[in-house]
Design a protein around this ligand. Structure first.
Ligand SMILES: Cc1cc2nc3c(=O)[nH]c(=O)nc-3n(C[C@H](O)[C@H](O)[C@H](O)COP(=O)(O)OP(=O)(O)OC[C@H]3O[C@@H](n4cnc5c(N)ncnc54)[C@H](O)[C@@H]3O)c2cc1C
Ligand SMILES: NC(=O)c1ccc[n+]([C@@H]2O[C@H](COP(=O)([O-])OP(=O)(O)OC[C@H]3O[C@@H](n4cnc5c(N)ncnc54)[C@H](OP(=O)(O)O)[C@@H]3O)[C@@H](O)[C@H]2O)c1
Length: 374
């Protein structure tokens, strides 16, 4: 077997060994997955990601076919290959999440005034709002296209994009395995129950083969010097690479201090890998652990609040050369954490806002402030 063959275009069919719900009793669904890399020849480092190529849900495909008015057994041309429509929808094409280009193509056929208005450049925000919680099927429900032929329909779709997941394990602790921490996307949108393609694909599988590939990330790595202290900020699924970091540092006997900031909704139901952090504390590997439970009291408590509570110590660690890592939500959390680190610099380092910004930029330039955000 030629291992070099496994890549994004030729994924490795990995056996799903473990699929465990970690948020029992929560209104959120976060799962721990363990996949086998046995005999694949694939290797990764903590900080890398795994790309997963999902299969669409058969019910989603059937509902879409019924709504468009197609049987599913038609032959269609996809990338110069003849395929059966149903198979193409299941395995090759994205048939839920909408894009502007797709709505534009759809409206070349539908000629709806409403969509034409939304597609105006000046209506960018309104279009984003329209697309939020809507999927391809909603276009066909709102603007029925009777008699659309299978090829015209297929030509509206783009190839199924793989999804990336930050790797939550170290090969030094789990030979031949790769672990993931995945928040399963489920929501109600416009009267229908919706689910994220890849997170629900993983959630609904046991013991099957999952097509995947490794996606290295050279910009999110442990310090080369094992004595360097590290500060890790990873609420929610942002915890994933830090589990990998701690496993690696434990397995390699790295002597640098480790500080973890974790947060999620409730300590009782959302304390991801809580037992493992206790074990690391007992083993002396995790020197500091700060937890932020956002829904265990009336006011929100987030990881950046915990950082500010510990600002003097945090500042001292950075002065001692600590690397500062952030992983998880890019849209709000990472920005707020960035704001907190600037505030700590100006308060503890007696800097003006401008000086704090320059200092943060310097930290980034020295590759001591690293982000894996999405
Ligand atoms: C480098 C990187 C690392 C990542 N690591 C992780 C990780 O460790 N763990 C993890 O869980 N994820 C991670 N992600 C995110 C992951 O790649 C997927 O984006 C995520 O799992 C959702 O994919 P999906 O196929 O399930 O959802 P999709 O089918 O892609 O659906 C998502 C879409 O659903 C819609 N939507 C979602 N929620 C709502 C809502 N409440 N209301 C209305 N509409 C909504 C939005 O249009 C959204 O774009 C990472 C991403 C990157 C880029
Ligand atoms: N449909 C669902 O039920 C559902 C649920 C969770 C996640 N998701 C999806 O999964 C993705 C990733 O989930 P996740 O587990 O990584 O994270 P997450 O659920 O978005 O958040 C994890 C923790 O971070 C808190 N948080 C919210 N805003 C913050 C901010 N500005 N600064 C710091 N902390 C903040 C959250 O608090 P609060 O939430 O209490 O504000 C929660 O305690 C989400 O972006 C979403 O797409 C879907």
């Amino acid at each position: 077997m030629d291992h070099a063959l496994y890549s994004k275009s030729n994924p490795y069919p990995s056996e799903l060994l473990v699929n465990r719900l970690m948020t029992q009793g929560s209104d959120k669904e976060t799962r721990h997955f363990e996949l086998s890399l046995k005999d694949s020849g694939l290797e990764y480092l903590p900080g890398d990601s795994l790309g997963v190529l999902p299969v669409n849900c058969s019910k989603v495909v059937d509902d879409l076919l019924r709504t468009v008015g197609l049987a599913g057994d038609e032959t269609v041309l996809v990338n110069e290959e003849n395929l059966v429509l149903q198979d193409a929808l299941m395995h090759r094409l994205a048939c839920t999440v909408l894009s502007k280009i797709q709505i534009k193509k759809f409206n070349e056929i539908a000629e709806s005034e409403k969509l034409a208005e939304l597609l105006q450049i000046s209506n960018k925000e309104a279009l984003i709002e329209y697309m939020w919680g809507r999927e391809l099927i909603d276009l066909f429900l709102e603007f029925p296209q009777s008699g659309m032929d299978a090829q015209t329909f297929i030509d509206l779709l783009r190839p199924m994009p793989p999804r990336l997941y930050s790797i939550a394990s170290s090969l030094a602790a789990h030979a031949d395995e790769v672990h993931l921490t995945v928040a399963v996307v489920r929501y109600d949108g416009h009267g229908r129950e919706r689910k994220g393609v890849c997170s629900s694909y993983l959630a609904e599988r046991v013991g099957e083969r999952i097509p995947c590939y490794l996606h290295p990330n050279k910009n999110f790595k442990l310090p080369a010097d094992p004595q360097t202290p590290i500060i890790m900020v990873g609420p929610g699924t942002g915890i994933a690479p830090f589990r990998a970091f701690l496993e690696e540092r434990m397995a390699t006997g790295a002597s640098g201090k480790n500080w973890l900031f974790f947060g999620d909704r409730s300590q009782k139901t959302d304390y991801l890998y809580g037992n493992e952090w206790s074990d690391y504390q007992k083993a002396g590997v995790l020197s500091n652990l700060d937890l932020a439970w956002s829904r265990d009291q009336e006011d929100k408590v987030y990881v950046q609040h915990k950082m500010l509570e510990k600002k003097s110590e945090l500042w001292r660690w950075i002065q001692e050369g600590a690397f500062f890592y952030v992983c998880g939500d890019a849209s709000r959390m990472a920005k707020d954490v960035d704001h907190a680190i600037r505030r700590i610099a100006s308060e503890e380092g007696s800097m003006t806002d401008d000086e704090a910004s320059k200092w943060v930029k310097g930290l980034q330039k020295d590759r001591r402030y690293l982000k894996d955000v999405y």
